[in-house]
Ligand binder design. Sequence first.
Ligand code: GLP
Length: 241
Amino acid sequence: MQVYVYRNEEQVAKAASMIFASVISEKPDAVLGLATGSTPIPTYKRLISLNKDGYIDFSRIRTYNLDEYVGLSPEHPASYRYFMNEQLFDHINIDKNNTHVPSGLGDVEKNAEDYDAAIERAGGIDLQLLGIGHNGHIGFNEPNPRAFIYKTNIITLTQSTIDANSRMFSCSDEVPRQAISLGIGGIMSSKRIILLATGRGKSSAVRDAVKGDITPLLPASILKAHNNVQFLLDEDAACLL
Ligand code: GLP
């Protein structure tokens, strides 16, 4: 695992967007694994600018997002499909048919199986972008003794995640209790992974992921077992390292 520390979140976003640019210039039809949350927003803003200025072409890019809430339609403003359209897809020259977010509607177990099969058919993920939850979750893989599940699966959210994500809803009762998420195996199968963390609130999860043992009680700790992973941190997120 390589750890890079930058002055602030803007510098983190700059570094992350440069990694995207280089992966896409080497492989114009690359498969990107994308993430939601506040952390990647500055990176998405930079990707939009790089696309507008002609430095990145998304026309042949395919994307697979990490996760989605169970029960939210793509039109719900707190759904991750809605987020991705708003924050990225609506502003770049990507073919929306090539963008995928797991579906939290209907037969979610079947959706989960189909999602893994689709990623495999696409040739696997070339570059996976990750954030990290305050409790060390990646995607929506919450800490628990059985967190290291290989496949895309249905996850019951912890209270800490419900509280953290309630800012996107009118109250915490509205936050769905379950989500569909790429499994740890799906994440670890990516050829390259970059994890972004900014702000002091992430510092203890970052410290435990970087310095602690590999444990399903801190799902991001598994990333130490991957041979091509970079953590891009701002000084606040890195303050306990
Ligand atoms: C959600 C997402 C994660 C994300 C995490 C942190 O739970 N499922 O993929 O990493 O939130 O979000 P933020 O960047 O807003 O702190």
